[in-house]
Design a protein around this ligand. Structure first.
Ligand code: KIV
Ligand code: ZN
Length: 390
């Protein structure tokens, strides 16, 4: 049996993901996405921010009531005040496995300009929030918002106090996507080494992608001891988005030799989940998006296609079937070679002789120069013309 450390996947597609401009979902769509997340095998679903709107409250309540079971925790977000926390509990209370997620900003910038609170007031407010949430259920997550830009001594104090107050998960957000992998590694290592009661809580990480480093930062946090990653399908979320679920999951699985970590996620469901989220949010997935983009397992260059036809591991580090694609796509275009053309013709039912291939290949290259992509119908036409001409 593998000794890989199990990393918990906290999916926030329905909360932070929905905060992407233009990505809002209705109740029916949220229920559909929540069911897909359960089928995928995520550990925690952050279903929404109940105080934010009556619609958000309703969807958290509906997901918690109708989909919550012992295998998946349903979580609702709350600022660190009684009204938010009471509302979150009201939405979550019928779940078999509820979690309240309380947050309060801790960085100097947020303390001074947004909250106008002293460090002592922040600690008191955070502790009071966790205690209030704890009066409702055991499973409490606390997030010091903008943790990555918080002075490390103060962050250690806050984390110690909220764990003392009953937080069972302490999430470290890089709210503005400012961290780098080594920075994130240092922050998590400092918590592991300096907070005396840290082993009483799971350390989590929540990264934003403003500098394109959310996945790398999350993985660095895991290497330093984090046991939970917060992420979204397709990486949707505020501004440039959040850590992409499919990317962290497949990075840990593919490079298990390096990370020695894994998750419960059923990777074959990643592409269907990605397509569902794209359809309900209207947020298009770029073709070259890692893991789930249309080009992620497509090869056009002749040298690559020839290698792939001989042995797929020459140019593929994962199998498309393992993430939910039907198969590798050898795209025919102007960079393709004879091997891929002969292979496609064979799949279409034509066994070409060497001379036929030679003759068709010239015309195929001319056509490919004119068109961006060659389709099966083009190949059939080329082959039939060749056969009829003889
Ligand atoms: O980015 C952030 O800081 C958040 C918190 C609410 C966890 O989304
Ligand atoms: Zn966030």
């Amino acid at each position: 049996m593998s000794d890989a450390r199990q990393i918990r996947i906290f999916d926030t597609t329905l909360r932070d993901g929905e905060q992407s401009p233009g990505c809002s979902m209705n109740l029916k769509e949220k229920l559909e996405v929540a069911q897909a997340l359960i089928d995928l095998g995520v550990d925690i679903i952050e279903a929404g921010f109940p105080i934010a709107s009556p619609g958000d409250f309703e969807s958290v309540r509906e997901i918690a009531t109708s989909l919550g079971n012992r295998d998946v925790e349903i979580c609702g977000l709350a600022r660190s005040n009684d009204k938010d926390i009471d509302r979150a509990w009201e939405a979550l209370k019928h779940s078999a496995n509820p979690r309240i997620h309380v947050f309060l900003a801790t960085s100097a910038i947020h303390r001074e300009f947004k909250l106008k609170m002293s460090p002592e007031e922040i600690i008191d407010r955070a502790v009071a929030g966790v205690k209030r949430a704890k009066s409702y259920c055991d499973n409490i997550e606390f997030s010091p918002e903008d943790a990555a830009r918080t002075e490390i001594d103060f962050l250690c104090q806050v984390v110690e106090k909220v764990i003392e107050a009953g937080a069972t998960t302490v999430n470290i957000p890089d709210t503005v996507g400012y961290a780098t992998p080594s920075h994130m590694h240092d922050v998590i290592s400092s918590l592991v080494n300096r907070v005396p009661n840290i082993d009483q809580a799971v350390i989590s990480v929540h990264c934003h992608d403003d500098l394109g480093m959310a996945v790398a930062n999350s993985l660095a946090a895991v290497q330093a001891g984090a046991g939970q990653i917060e992420c979204t399908i397709n990486g949707i979320g505020e501004r440039a988005g959040n850590t992409s679920l499919e990317e962290v999951v497949m990075a840990m699985r593919t490079r298990n030799d390096f990370y020695n970590c894994d998750t419960r996620v059923d990777s074959k469901r990643l592409v269907p989940a990605s397509r569902l989220v794209s359809a309900v949010t209207g947020m298009h997935v770029q073709r070259n998006k890692a893991i789930v983009g249309r080009n992620a397992f497509a090869h056009e260059a002749g040298i690559h296609q020839d290698g792939m036809l001989k042995e797929r591991s020459t140019y593929e580090i994962m199998r498309p079937e393992d993430v939910g694609f039907a198969a590798t796509d050898l795209v025919l275009g102007k960079h393709s070679g004879r091997a891929a053309l002969a292979d496609r013709a064979k799949q279409l039912g034509f066994q070409l002789t060497g001379d036929q291939l030679q003759s068709i290949f010239g015309r195929f290259k001319k056509l490919a120069d004119r068109k961006k992509e060659i389709f099966d119908g083009d190949i059939v036409a080329l082959v039939q013309n060749e056969i009829l001409a003889k």
